[in-house]
Design a protein around this ligand. Structure first.
Ligand code: FES
Ligand code: FES
Length: 175
């Protein structure tokens, strides 16, 4: 008999209990146990970002995290950001700018961008730019760096940047 672990998580605003193998990843818990298929499994090795979810406001790769580690945490998946009738600003912008082709990477891109915009608001620097001063200039290069943990096999990057810029309310969105 294998050991089991129990933890209580809040997923998209609803309390959920994880009880099972302590090696179960957060990604598998979300997709297989809670039947939330929006979060995608791409590489399963922390390299593609398809599995990105937001934990207590921070974006993480759910394939590299164990469900048992998240007792008391608030998890937001793409299903928690908006619905077809009430899309989040980023979801709307991705559609408006054709920010996806196959759509496989899209939930992770949108979760990542949602948390990334909060990081920008908080003045977090990236490798490319220190934006801690007044009126920081967020360049496309800086946005690309901030989103570099999310790969898109279809190469929809320029439209993704345009969508993020629209959601930021910034001028000069890429075409
Ligand atoms: S599936 Fe988690 S980073 Fe690729
Ligand atoms: S839209 Fe196909 S992988 Fe990004």
């Amino acid at each position: 008999m294998s050991a089991t672990t129990r933890s209580r998580l809040v997923v998209n605003g609803e309390a959920q209990i994880f009880s099972g193998d302590p090696r179960r990843t957060l990604l598998d818990f979300l997709r297989l146990d809670l039947r939330l298929p929006g979060t995608k499994k791409g590489c399963d090795h922390g390299q593609c970002g398809a599995c990105t979810v937001i934990v207590n406001g921070r974006r993480i790769n759910s394939c590299l995290s164990l469900a048992a580690m998240h007792d008391g945490d608030e998890i937001t998946t793409i299903e928690g950001l908006g619905t077809p009738d009430a899309l989040s600003p980023l979801q709307r912008a991705f559609i408006g700018h054709d920010g996806f082709q196959c759509g496989y990477c899209t939930p992770g891109q949108i979760c990542s961008a949602t948390a990334m915009l909060e990081e920008v608001k908080a003045g977090w620097p990236s490798v490319v730019a220190d934006i801690s001063g007044d009126n920081p200039d967020i360049t496309d290069e800086d946005l690309s760096e901030r989103m570099s943990g999310n790969l898109c096999r279809c190469g929809a990057y320029s439209n993704i940047i345009a969508a993020i810029r629209e959601a930021m309310g910034a001028k000069g969105a890429a075409e």
